[in-house]
Design a binder for this molecule. Sequence first.
Ligand code: SF4
Length: 350
Amino acid sequence: MRCSDLQYDIDYDLIVDSIVDNGARRVVIQLPDGLKQYSHSIYKCIEGRLPRWVDVYIHADPNYGACDLQYGQLWATLKPDLIIHIGHSPYPKELAHPGLEPRGSGLKVVYVPALSRTKISEEMISEAARLLKQHGVKRAAVTTTSQHVHMIKQVADVLRKYGIEPVVPRGIKPYFHDAQIIGCDYRLPYSSKAEGFLYIGGGVFHPLGLYLATLKPVVKTDPYEGKSVDLTSEGEKLYRSRLYTVMKAMDADNWGVIVGLKTGQYRPWLVERLKKQIIEAGKNYMLIASENLTRESLTSIDSDWYDAFIVTSCPRLPTDDYWDYHKPVLTPGEAYMALKRVLEPYRFPW
Ligand code: SF4
C-alpha cells in the first residue's frame, strides 16, 4: 500500500522530524483502535527516513483517547524517548492531574493528526439542514472530532446556503481545534449558545454525549455511511434513562467511588470534591482504584454494602457501558444531582 492510499492523511514529516530532532532512539507509536490496522503501513512510510539505530514499537493495547497515553507502564519497562500519539489532540490538563510524566525521564509526546479522507456531499448537508429545521433550529453549531476538523468550513458554507446560520465554536489551544469535541468535554458547543448542533463523524458516541451535555437537537452527518441522521430522539431516550438512574441513586447510602489510574483519567481534585459531597449528604464511601474498569471487575468488587457507584475515570463508562448494571453507576455530574436530590439541571459529564 502506498502512503497516499491510506484512508487518513497523516503528517509523516512531523513524525520523522520529531524522531530525528529529539534524537530519539526508542519510539512508541500509539493509535486509536480503528487506526491500528494501518500501523505497519504507517511504519513503512517513515522507515526509510529514520536513522538505523531507531527502534519503533507499535503500541497494541487498547487506546481510548489522549487520556490514555499509558506512559507510567511504558516508562517502567521500555523507557522510550518519544511517544508518537496519532489521531487525538492533547487531553485538557484541567480535566486531569498535571505532572504525571515520569520525573526526569525526558520522555516526550508528539500528537500527530489523522485526517479522514472521506467526503461529504452537498446533499448530505442539505438533508442535515432540513432535519435541523424540523426542530425549529435556525442557528446551529458545527461540531466534530479531530479526524474531521478539515471539513468544518465546507459544512458551514453549505448549511448557510440551505438557510441555517452556522456557528463554528472557537477552539482551545492546544487541546481543541475549532468545533472539536471529545467524549468527555463539550465546552465548545455548550458555550456557542446555538439552538442545535450538526455533528460530523461516524457512530453515536460523540453526538449522544453532545445531546446529554446540551439537551438540544443533534443531527449527525456521517461521511462513512454517506447520510445525515437525526439523533435527537435517541438522545432524549438516553437522557430519560439517565434521570431514572439518578433518581434510583438518591436513596443510596453506601457509594463506591472509582478512581482512574490511567494518566489522563486520574482526577484527585474530583475525587476530593465527591468525597466532601458524600460526607455532607451523610453517606459513606469506599475508594476503588481501577485502570480498566470492566463488567467483570465491577461485579467482582461489588457486594451487599454498595448501593451505587461513581466513575471518576471515564465518564462515558456509566452512560455507555454500565447503563444496565443492576445498581446505579453514575457520572460525577449525575452523582452530584443524586446527592443533592435534584433532577434539574442535568449535569453532564462533570
Ligand atoms: S471520553 Fe473517556 S476515553 Fe474519551 S477522552 Fe474522555 S476520559 Fe478519555
